[in-house]
Design a protein around this ligand. Sequence first.
Ligand code: NAP
Length: 475
Amino acid sequence: MATTAMERKLLIGGEWVETGEWFDVSSPYDGSPVGRVARAGGAETRRALDAAENAMREPMPAYERAAILDRVAALLAERADEAARTISAEAGKPLKAARVEAARAVSTYTMSAVEARKLVGDAVPMDASQAGAGKLALTLRVPIGIVGAISPFNFPLNLVAHKIAPALAAGCAVVLKPASQTPLSALLLAELETEAGLPPGWLNIVCGPAAEIGDVLVEDERVKLITFTGSGPVGWKLRERAPRKRVNLELGNATPVIVASDADLDDVAIRLAANAFSFAGQSCISVQRIYVERDSYDAFLERFLPRVEALRVGDPAEEDTDVGPLIATSERDRVLSWIEDARARGASVLTGGTLDGELLRPTVIADVPADAKVSCDEVFGPLCVVTPYDTLDEAIALANGTRFGLQAGVFTNNVRSALHAARELEFGGVTVNEAPTFRADQMPYGGVKDSGNTREGPAYAIREMTEERLVVLQL
Ligand code: NAP
């Protein structure tokens, strides 16, 4: 069951704003009302930009920005249970995964405060050249300007934190548009920001129709950087439409894992069963394609399938649920149709592939052609594909055989194989003896190829959200 329905306004220029129009937020599990939110359009987005512009006229020193971020972290830690329940209610995320997300958002704020305190440029060795001798030079890191942020539904608290906290640490004001299915977690963070003493205008939240708000963020010249996390087609289009802005994209993946015969198969089975199906596979780094060395293939499945079948499917609000609903019934039906497509092309469903009530059971498929949708597109559902391989280089080629490149994993106890795979896998990150779903919030996180063009994690996002200004002094 969802929590009691709540009503939330927009945050613009430090005021909680009604617009006369509302939209509903409902539970992806049972459709029950979770809340209603004031609906913004282009006019409210422009007002939010005015407020952000005003705020940035009076820059805040780093120690104040850092202190606010630390206070938000403390307030969020105090209200972690409420935050987790909000995430679970609006996103349908099982409560135990929502609790992990809330704890991680605290750490995103803490890390951003640390980075705000050490934000500094470089000294330039001017006497290293004849032209520079007799001068002193240094670089300052100056805020890039107003940040327009657009976030997805699947981590409605922590991915919002990954946009807001580094931007504030960098000294940038923010206008954020959260996903329409999950605006309440973002608005809870906004409440904590104001409680922590953030002056008006530094953070503005506008919820409503994506195209209308997105158009203003793209077209208004005051927005200097758009930070977008979401699906590829939307992200790349935004970048195309805003050639003079920095447009940072964190997009999808079809996450591969290679399991060599010398790996600890019991450990691998535990980690992969948890990380292919957590939040019903709706993580951009959910394990999707598992390549297992042929002589261990059967032994791996013997360990893996019982663990998948033991996952508890059900109400996300219950403490022991592992796998809840997909964000929408249409998404569930899409995944079912991809399973049918694979079946029609000769694949065998080893477990799952059917509904438990309205929910899709965790599904494992074998004998899938490499060009089937479930092999090369992002499934974003509780499904993974298992495939045997003969040589490590064959497995690496299979893993690389998609247009995505966010994170990949390799399980092996051979250091040479691990390092060879790490070098050859064309991904933004490679995990060794850990599922590629792993993320700690200070890591540089992001993809290559169609998966994106940037790195998040406070230190790396702040680098993007500031510009280097050179100062040269004649001595
Ligand atoms: P989405 O449909 O692309 O939506 C993401 C955000 O973009 C939402 O706020 C959405 O608003 C907004 N949006 C949609 N159309 C827009 C437009 N024309 N202009 C401006 N904004 C627009 O993605 P999603 O379904 O929420 O998220 C799932 C995707 O995100 C997956 O592909 C997943 O892999 C990816 N993801 C990537 C990462 C990463 O860090 N790399 C992390 C999480 C998720 P509305 O909600 O109002 O439509």
